[in-house]
Design a protein around this ligand. Structure first.
Ligand SMILES: [Zn+2]
Ligand SMILES: [Zn+2]
Length: 227
């Protein structure tokens, strides 16, 4: 079987610029003719053939030496390697880098916005708490004012009631008296009192602040005008 090395190269004119391979090709048996080595490349069949294959067919086909096709394929591989290394690989690295940068941007932005939302929530809770306290305080002030006013009226009515009781007791006491002086005196006094007594019905309207919900974000107290 023939061994292929640098001495076997058959260069055809323009192929001389191709560099010699740094390694020796191993000999490979023909699949169709196992006792023969593959020694030629048939360009039309795009395959390696042995001398037996050549005698059976391929005679009119365009062929070249196995070392020449080796160099041609090496040159193609070298070109593809250059494209992969200098063009495609830098491209995908650059694309990956862009996506990583974009992810970093989103991550930073997410954290910043998240903090803003949490801070806003804190402020809203504070505002709600303040507003609640304002409403409670306003309602309490109004209630205490009304309570004070009503209690004053109750005290006044109680005083009037006590005065009436005293008058009634005086009448009961002096109606049985045998002292005409006292009877006249008390009679005049009671008469003055009774005539001076003012029957005055004070209207009682139930006007108070009530809680309203006018919209989703405006809670306030309004005057309830129901009587
Ligand atoms: Zn063969
Ligand atoms: Zn062929």
């Amino acid at each position: 079987m023939a061994e292929y090395n640098e001495n076997n190269y058959l260069y055809l004119g323009a192929q001389e610029h191709i560099n010699l391979p740094s390694h020796k090709l191993q000999t490979i048996d023909c699949l169709s003719h196992p006792t023969y080595n593959l020694i030629l490349f048939c360009r039309e069949c795009n395959g390696l053939i042995c001398s037996k294959c050549l005698t059976n067919s391929h005679q009119c086909h365009s062929m070249c030496n196995i070392d020449l096709i080796h160099h041609e394929k090496l040159e193609i591989l070298s070109n593809q390697r250059e494209i992969i290394n200098n063009k495609y690989f830098p491209f995908v690295l650059s694309e990956k880098s862009k996506f990583e940068d974009m992810l970093s941007l989103h991550t930073v932005s997410y954290k910043v916005e998240r903090e803003k939302i949490i801070e806003k929530g804190r402020k809203l809770k504070d505002e709600i708490s303040k507003l609640t306290n304002i409403l409670l305080s306003e309602k309490e002030k109004e209630y205490l004012k009304i309570k004070e006013n009503i209690e004053k009226n109750i005290t006044k009515i109680e005083q009037e009631s006590n005065d009436l009781k005293s008058s009634a007791i005086l009448i009961e006491e002096f109606i049985k008296s045998n002292n005409i002086q006292d009877v006249c005196h008390i009679s005049d006094a009671v008469q003055n009192y009774v005539e001076g007594f003012v029957i005055e019905r004070r209207p009682l309207s139930f006007q108070t602040l009530t809680f309203i919900k006018e919209s989703d974000n405006a809670y306030e107290l309004q005057k309830n005008l129901e009587n």
